[in-house]
Write a protein that binds this ligand. Structure first.
Ligand code: GLN
Length: 536
């Protein structure tokens, strides 16, 4: 089922195989028909993760990049929609040479081709492939068929790992293996036998239950790995190796390890997560939290990870508080705003549309006036500029064209090429997406944070930009555009000089997308450093 930990399992398998000296890449298969994740609501599907090449993918691609510490191209991501689109295109181009093109084998063959291409591009020894969805449902059946066909072609080339959930019903207090047994039967019916089962549960699996699973699922008890809930996802690779999972996988694949497991770098980071003595309190002000009766922070997973990593590398644990921006609107807003002083730093992450905007602007104003470290990501940067225009430059009802195209002061506006796309209702994959280079201004906070680098490359996902007509006026007013596109036309970072505010900075790009546990992001590092320094 979704949320059981397939993504973290796949990423962790990648880490332990890397530690044996292999070049590893990861492929995600999402069963939905959408071509990419860009058009999906984040409260339903979680964060949209943007790759360097601009493709909008699932948050699992973020997990792979963070765990494997590599950048992954869009070739490593496929959906039902993308696969069908490719097959139909080939058919139209007579690539099937007059054959009747069928769901089986042509769709699974296309899937296999794509897997091979991803492996070749990365020059990978081993490719970890995550099939999304649940065994037994219609949606992913063709991907499991691809797995069967790959296995049939070369059984020594494929290891099949099933991640299964083992419930412990509270009234019973006993772990039940039946759902796993049924899942394996369902998988067997498609012609696939798992080599290894990762048993997810809130407690470890004991030997009695391991043997039961082994007996009913046609495998050896040692191939059932216990993966209980743990404090931190970063512990997972280390825990897997306690059960010798990499040896087990290599045995199935008939491969020899290039070296004994060396997880030193990874373990050093894990030690930092355990030894963090200080605490840094960060408020994240956004809107994609609620789904029915549940509050999810899935929509901001990269932001969360970026903050946590930066905190650990600064010897601190991050304590995150989710604040819904709408709480800062209307009558109660004054008392709500006062509560912001208890935080060491405030973040307004990316977002779209008008709901909760006035609340976010009130929060940014409060952070500016009370010198609370403020970090705006994408929308959070655009709103920083709007707040500055309204309250410092006194440009009445300054706004972004996204919310109020009639505003007399559109300090954030849509660029002509984007306007054209909107007219044509061309919404999918049409934003300014992916990695772009920016130049940093000497003597600024941003430049300092990046270790005095002159040039950086960061990932984008937005339609609107700082309006060129207002740049001069804004800069004269005291806001510094410390990062700009190489031709100087697009504003990439806005900040107040350090002598005015200790950290009041926003980025048009999404720095969180390139933050990695073993390579934390410089801007998040600086933000946390300042927050800790000012902590009362
Ligand atoms: N809605 C804004 C834009 O499209 C910001 C997007 C974002 O925060 N990712 O420009």
């Amino acid at each position: 089922m979704s949320g059981v930990g397939k993504g973290i399992t796949a990423s962790s398998i990648g880490v332990i195989l890397q530690a044996r000296g292999f070049k590893v890449t990861a492929v995600k298969i999402d069963p939905y028909v959408n071509i990419d994740a860009g058009t999906m609501n984040p409260t339903e599907h979680g964060e949209v993760f943007v790759l360097n090449d601009g493709f909008e993918t699932d948050q699992d691609m973020g997990n792979y990049e963070r765990f494997l510490n590599v950048s992954i191209p869009s070739d490593n991501y496929m959906t039902t929609g993308r696969v069908y689109q490719a097959v139909i295109e080939k058919e139209r181009n007579l690539k099937y040479k007059g054959k009747c093109v069928q769901v089986v084998p042509h769709i699974p063959l296309e899937v296999i081709d794509r897997i091979h291409k991803a492996a070749e591009l990365a020059n990978a020894d081993i490719t970890v492939i995550e099939v999304g969805g649940t065994v037994g449902e219609y949606e992913n059946i063709l991907f499991i068929e691809a797995l069967r066909m790959m296995n049939l072609r070369d059984p020594d080339d494929v290891a099949c790992v099933m991640v299964s959930y083992l419930p412990v019903p509270s009234k019973l207090g006993e772990m039940k293996t039946k759902p796993t047994q049924h899942a394996v039967r369902a998988l067997n019916a498609t012609g696939v036998q798992p080599d290894i089962i990762i048993g997810r549960s809130n407690v470890p699996i004991d030997s009695v239950r391991k043997e039961k699973i082994a007996l009913f699922c046609n495998m050896r008890p040692e191939n059932v790995i216990s993966a209980p809930d743990i404090e931190s996802i970063y512990d997972v690779p280390v825990n897997f190796e306690k059960d010798n999972l990499s040896d087990m996988l290599l045995k199935v694949l008939r491969m020899k390890a290039k070296k004994p497991s060396d997880l030193t770098e990874w373990k050093n980071f894990v030690t930092k997560t355990k030894n963090a003595k200080k605490e840094v309190n960060i408020a994240v002000v956004g809107k994609y939290f609620a789904t029915g009766d549940f509050v999810l922070s899935d929509a901001y997973i990269s932001v969360i990870e970026a903050i946590k990593q930066a905190a650990y590398h600064n010897g601190a644990k991050a304590h995150l508080t989710w604040l819904s921006s709408e709480e800062f609107e209307g009558d109660a807003s004054k008392t709500e705003l006062k509560k912001l002083s208890q935080y060491d730093g405030i973040i307004v992450p990316g977002g779209f549309g008008s709901r909760g905007i006035e609340g976010k602007l009130a929060v940014i104003k409060y952070a500016r006036e009370h010198k609370i470290p403020y970090f705006g990501l994408c929308y959070g940067m655009q709103l920083l500029v709007i707040e500055f225009a309204r309250n410092v430059l006194k440009l009445d009802i300054a706004n972004t064209a996204e919310i109020d195209p009639e505003s007399p002061h559109l300090v954030i506006d849509i660029m002509p090429d984007q306007k054209k796309k909107m007219k044509e209702e061309n919404y999918g994959g049409s934003m300014r997406l992916g990695a772009y280079v920016a130049h940093l201004k000497k003597g600024t906070l941003a430049r300092k944070a990046y270790g005095d680098k002159e040039q950086i490359s960061e990932r984008h996902r937005h339609r609107y930009e700082v309006n060129p007509d207002y740049i001069e006026q804004i800069e004269k007013g005291g806001l510094v555009f410390s990062g700009k596109s190489p031709d100087g036309t697009l504003m990439e970072i806005a900040e107040l000089p350090e002598k005015v505010h200790p950290f009041f900075l926003g980025t048009q790009f999404h720095p969180e997308l390139q933050a990695r546990p073993l390579d934390p992001h410089p801007l998040f590092m600086e933000f946390v450093r300042v927050a800790l320094r000012l902590k009362k």
